[in-house]
Design a protein around this ligand. Structure first.
Ligand code: ATP
Length: 359
């Protein structure tokens, strides 16, 4: 198992800074996911770890050993890591066992060892009995498992996975999420997983990094990213948070006092006095407010049926906010004026984050 450490790592491509002075540490044995919108730099981070890219500045260490930067560069083959790609990259003319054993043979392992490790890796991914098949005789999910087994058989300290579920249909993806978690637990190897799907990252990883335009926005366990987003971008990208501009007046017993649409409210958050955002999700809002619960005036702009109940898009008119999502047991026609009860949310600082282009 390997610890990964980036220290102020930058990677430029001509005029594009794909990775901008990024620093982070991933503990040994973690399941680490890199997420962010297309072009945010997550694949470049993965390729930097693999040694397929060289940093222009900064250092990258694996298990305390500098592998890139400070005048050093360790070739990909010498980094004790495996890669699993979206395309699987299996040899079509070889059997499943042949695909897995191939790298072991190149390493000089005896036939007996190759067979033992291949059988062990196939068992780990749940493909016992498929050893003699060829890739074209397998489903997409099975091919994905063979690609993973091939990496696992090498017993690397680190496995890098680049959108490995992208080619699978929705049902298979769901099944593979549980499989990946189980395999990670049993393999006791550090996993780094790149995806543009934040739900996939939240479901899989114990540590998630959200990137935007080459920068790390936040690295935290999924629960913390959801409950305490550090920026408006994270609030919107993770769990479909909607942001409402607020004026933070000060802290009050571990909470923050804010002014929102002309009212003073005391809410959970972490922001100094000054301009802030309130991150709201559907579960923070209701059309049936309890007595004394703060209420906000809004107008329904759209509704959709969600099988059982409805989800309203509500414009908190004059607030400068995104349209917020409000669950409702009954349909409410667009144009109707509603009073929305507020039961939660998270206040974060606005500091320097432009509203434009963050959605
Ligand atoms: P996606 O989800 O679309 O794969 P990503 O978050 O993985 O995106 P990267 O592939 O890391 O993003 O790319 C980050 C930025 O660097 C993008 O603007 C991309 O166009 C640019 N880039 C990446 N690789 C190269 C390259 N070899 N040459 C030039 N520009 C590159």
């Amino acid at each position: 198992m390997a610890e990964i450490a980036f220290q102020s790592v930058t990677r430029n491509f001509a005029a594009t800074t794909a990775v901008a002075a990024v620093s982070f540490t991933v503990p040994s044995g973690a399941f680490f996911a890199l997420v962010g919108p297309s072009g945010c730099g997550k694949t470049t981070v993965l390729r930097l770890i693999a040694g397929l890219e060289r940093p222009d500045a900064g250092t990258i260490s694996l298990d305390g050993r500098i592998v890139a930067g400070a005048g050093r560069f360790v070739e990909p083959g010498q980094r004790d890591l495996g890669m699993v790609f979206q395309s699987y990259a299996l040899w079509p003319h070889m059997t499943v066992a042949g695909n897995i054993a191939f790298g072991l043979g190149l390493r000089g392992l005896s036939h007996a060892e190759q067979w033992a490790r291949t059988a062990e890796a196939l068992a780990l991914v749940g493909l016992e009995g498929q050893a003699d098949r060829r890739p074209h005789q397998l489903s997409g999910g099975q091919r994905q498992r063979v690609a993973l087994a091939r990496s696992l058989a090498m017993r690397p300290a680190l496995i890098l996975l680049d959108e490995p579920l992208a080619n699978l249909d929705a049902h298979l993806r769901q099944a593979m999420l549980a499989e990946f978690r189980r395999i990670h637990r049993q393999a006791r190897t550090t996993f780094v997983f790149v995806t543009h799907d934040q739900n996939e990252a939240m479901a899989l990883a114990d540590l998630v990094a959200v990137m935007d335009r080459g920068r790390m926005q936040q690295i935290a366990p999924p629960q913390e990213l959801f409950a305490r987003p550090a920026s408006a971008m994270v609030a919107r990208f993770v769990g479909q948070g909607r942001t409402v501009p607020v004026e933070v007046l000060g802290t009050e017993g571990g909470l923050v006092r804010v002014r929102l649409m002309g009212r003073d409210l005391v809410l959970p958050g972490a922001a100094p006095a000054g301009p802030g955002w309130l991150c709201l999700r559907a579960r923070d809002l209701t059309l049936e407010p309890a007595p004394g619960q703060p209420r906000l005036a809004g107008r329904v702009s759209d509704l959709r049926f969600e099988g059982g109940d409805y989800m309203l898009s509500v414009d908190l008119e004059g607030s400068g906010a995104d349209l917020v999502e409000v669950p409702s047991m009954v349909p409410v026609a667009p144009g109707a004026e509603v009073s929305v009860g507020l039961s939660g949310g998270w206040v974060l600082p606005r500091e320097g984050l432009a509203r434009e282009g963050l959605a």
